[in-house]
Design a protein around this ligand. Structure first.
Ligand code: FES
Length: 239
């Protein structure tokens, strides 16, 4: 027996157990996301994938599809709430796009554009967080970390290393590195690790390669993220 639900008025099939995100992606429909990556278990932390279900808004990456469910992925109220979440992410970190080497290839920036965010809204926190340039091949700018835990999950679940973890709670939550000094250069992190290539912002960046592609030729200059998809399929272009 086939199962179906409705996404923006379009009837789509789903497999029981699938999340809204999984069913939408299987049908080729884009739902904005940052902490979601189909290679890893859902995390549900960024809240950018909000969709409307009845009178509620839920995260598409952690909510299972139910028979006959009607999902709103495109209304202005859904987009406005996503925009508010993104405005907060931008305010909470140091996301100065024109000065960032990931600009044009950045999922955070591209999703913000997709939702119609064109300027900051909340006063920025300008948190004082370090840049770790101790590794020969990669830097970490902690001011750009959005705590999506993709590097944590990739290092643990794919690389088998557990280089990264989140420490602290609430506003004090921050990314930490498992090494004697706490620096990336003292860890077993390597450029070939999956964890080096999953960051949806400019927090984890390769050295010696900044601004390689001119404006107009960068990944999300060419098409919006809803058409291009996430960085997973384009790592060779951005790393
Ligand atoms: Fe669903 Fe981050 S993509 S909460």
């Amino acid at each position: 027996m086939s199962h179906s639900f409705t996404l923006d008025g379009q009837e789509l099939a789903f497999v029981p157990g699938q999340t809204i995100m999984e069913a939408a992606q299987a049908a080729g429909v884009y739902i904005p996301h940052l902490c979601h990556n189909p290679d890893y278990a859902p995390h549900g932390s960024c809240r950018v994938c909000l969709v409307g279900v009845g009178r509620r808004q839920v995260s598409a990456c952690t909510t299972r599809v139910m028979e006959g469910m009607e999902v709103d992925n495109a209304s202005e109220s859904v987009q406005a709430n996503r925009r508010a979440v993104l405005q907060m992410l931008f305010a909470e970190g140091n996301h100065i796009c024109p000065a960032c080497e990931r600009s044009g290839n950045c999922q955070l920036q591209a999703v913000a554009y997709y939702t119609g965010m064109l300027a900051p809204h909340y006063p920025p926190f300008f948190p004082r967080r370090p840049v770790d340039a101790s590794h020969p091949d990669f830097i970490i700018d902690f001011g750009r970390c959005i705590l999506c835990e993709l590097c944590v999950r990739a290092s643990r679940d794919h690389d088998g290393k557990r280089v990264f973890a989140i420490s602290g709670r609430g506003l004090a939550s921050h990314l930490v590195i498992d090494s004697p000094s706490g620096l990336l250069g003292d860890s077993c992190f390597a450029a070939a690790d999956r964890a080096a290539h999953v960051c949806p912002t400019g927090a984890i960046l390769p050295k010696h390669k900044g601004f390689e592609r001119p404006i107009g030729e960068r990944l999300y200059d060419r098409e919006p993220i809803s058409k291009v998809g996430d960085l997973r399929a384009h790592e060779d272009e951005v790393d």
